[in-house]
Design a protein. Structure first.
Length: 324
């Protein structure tokens, strides 16, 4: 639950103080040189509230600098409200809905949503924090969603794609490979092709070899699965979906929420942006209620993760001195 009448969603001073408390719990820190003791608050009407000066590097800054909010003209309380809406909507919320709700243009709302998704992105290096481990279980699976931007007209052997009896054309779908630890987190990857080499690379970089691996009957996992403590699979083609504790229902549930959101809420997504939507759905799953994270905490986790990330769709200039 979250109180949408909270001043942080309507008052700029309250919103700024909330962001400062999250980012600088022990006082303001210079985003340029990292100093704390040399930072002083600037007074006076010319600069406005929320400005600080570092006497070490002699630069001025606000809490926006070094985050996805940097150099944005949108008020911080609107940023917090948009973040709250995205954090609390299980299947996502469209940029059109945000544009109507917080009173910005659709173009601005669209860009805000992508910046918030950038904050949601898991920026850990592959292999830095492996999933699973001894006594733990990870489910792996792949799915396909949406047409690729440049569909192929021929198969690998050079023969043309033919329509099936059902009237469907060539698949040419965007491939997504995902891993989920039971009772833990999910990691999803948009890949050019879901083949054995790609799947093996994702598994080896993200899942500890001491893990029990559960998959469906796909041959993509046969050889990589031999590298793990145990590899069990269920045969969906034989209507086998559960065998004791062996199943892929957890990852299928993750895919279900993702596809419902993409079809019912977002509807249109260019392939170059698909990884950002995957990051959004992964973040909400990894900060879900069952793990003890409520809507307000999920929002603040996004704000914390916004530090050190920028997202621009044109070249950023090299600014010196003041930044906002």
């Amino acid at each position: 639950m979250c109180n949408l009448t909270d001043p942080i969603f309507h008052n700029e001073d309250s919103a700024r103080a909330h962001l400062e408390q999250i980012r600088w719990p022990n006082g303001p820190v210079c985003p340029f040189c990292g100093e704390r003791d040399t930072v002083k608050a600037l007074g006076g009407k010319s600069m406005g509230p929320g400005w600080y000066h570092c006497s070490d590097c002699r630069k001025k800054f606000t809490v926006r600098v070094g985050t996805v909010y940097e150099r944005s003209k949108v008020a911080l309380h609107k940023w917090l409200l948009a973040t709250q809406m995205m954090a609390s909507s299980k299947k996502g919320i469209s940029a059109h809905q945000i544009h109507r709700t917080i009173g910005v243009t659709y173009k601005t709302a669209w860009f805000m949503c992508h910046r918030i998704r950038e904050a949601m992105r898991d920026d850990r290096a592959p292999g830095s924090d492996g999933m699973g481990g001894e006594g733990k279980t990870v489910e792996a699976d792949e799915t396909y969603f949406g047409k690729v931007e440049n569909p192929s007209k021929v198969r690998k052997d050079g023969t043309p794609f033919l329509k099936s009896k059902a009237g469907r054309g060539p698949s040419n779908k965007r491939a997504v490979v995902a891993l989920v630890e039971r009772g833990g987190n999910v990691r999803s990857f948009h890949v050019e092709k879901a083949n054995r080499d790609t799947v093996a690379t994702i598994l080896f970089e993200n899942v500890s070899r001491e893990t029990v691996l559960y998959t469906d009957e796909s041959r993509l996992y046969t050889l990589p699965g031999e590298q793990y403590a145990s590899h069990e699979s269920v045969r969906h083609s034989a209507d086998e979906y559960v065998r004791g504790s062996v199943h892929t229902n957890t990852i299928e549930g993750v895919f279900s929420i993702f596809k419902r959101g993409m079809r019912g809420v977002y509807q249109h997504c260019k392939e170059k942006h698909l990884h950002r939507y995957l990051a959004e759905f992964d973040f909400r799953y990894n900060n879900r209620d069952k793990l003890g994270v409520n809507d307000a905490e999920r929002r603040d986790n996004i704000v914390r993760a916004a530090e050190g990330k920028r997202l621009t769709y044109r070249r950023t200039a090299q600014f010196h001195g003041a930044a906002a």
